[in-house]
Design a protein around this ligand. Structure first.
Ligand SMILES: Nc1ncnc2c1ncn2[C@@H]1O[C@H](COP(=O)(O)OP(=O)(O)OP(=O)(O)O)[C@@H](O)[C@H]1O
Length: 209
């Protein structure tokens, strides 16, 4: 269970998202909202990437008090990932795999499934947006997370990769009990997945649909 209490995130004294009380059970959930509504801001807060006011815990691990354990359990893929151009996908993914204590076989299997092994030794600066997106998506599966947030996972990747992402989400959810928060500003993007709840990010808050 993800528990969010008295949450608020502001930029330049302007509230982007505020949530008094939100409890999200395990399962696959879909966050909708128009451009700029605050989906990425909320996901980044839950991932522990940006500071915020309030309390967030996942399966009773507090994002601040249990900072390391929490971050071993909660992974995220950014909507528009940004990495240093001079690193290779290999440099980045082997680093993340080590930090997340991933089995060597997991990294190998994911690179092969997503076709990242073909280009991951080249510098990131040479990648197309879809190639970069696949590195970011792959990174979020590494280790033994119990919650994975995928921010706009289907943008920029080709149709075949979209199917692979659907399969990976299904496999990790069904076989390993991983929960997912998926975001999309478009309707009918995740119809192939067993979506438990849908949430709307709108008017500086989040409501369950
Ligand atoms: N680092 C930042 N500094 C200032 N304002 C920011 C920052 N990051 C986001 N914002 C603002 O917060 C609001 C929400 O942005 P966010 O990226 O969370 O929206 P989103 O719902 O993910 O949008 P999209 O669907 O376009 O990805 C926007 O008005 C944006 O300009």
């Amino acid at each position: 269970m993800l528990k969010v209490k008295n949450f608020s995130k502001s930029y330049n004294n302007h509230t982007i998202v505020a949530v008094e009380n939100l409890e999200i059970p395990e399962g696959i959930h879909w966050f909708k909202g128009i451009n700029g509504s605050g989906k990425s801001t909320f996901f980044r807060s839950v991932a522990g990437i940006i500071p915020f006011d309030g309390e967030i815990s996942w399966n009773n691990l507090d994002i601040r008090k249990d900072a390391v354990d929490y971050r071993m359990q909660v992974n995220m893929s950014e909507a528009d990932p940004l990495y240093p151009d001079y690193l290779s996908g290999y440099d980045l993914l082997t680093f993340i795999a080590e930090a997340k204590k991933a089995d060597a076989s997991q990294l190998k299997q994911l690179t092969e499934v997503l076709g990242v092994d073909v280009y991951w030794k080249s510098a990131i600066g040479t990648y197309s947006s879809g190639m970069l997106k696949k590195i970011s998506l792959l990174s979020s599966f590494l280790g033994k997370p119990s919650l994975i947030m995928l921010d706009e996972p289907l943008i920029t990747i080709d149709n075949r990769s979209v199917q692979i992402v659907y399969e990976l989400v299904k496999e990790y959810a069904e076989k390993q009990g991983v929960s997912f928060l998926l975001s999309s500003h478009q309707d009918f993007r995740f119809e192939k997945l067993a979506i438990k709840n849908m949430y709307l990010v709108q008017n500086q808050t989040i409501t369950q649909l």
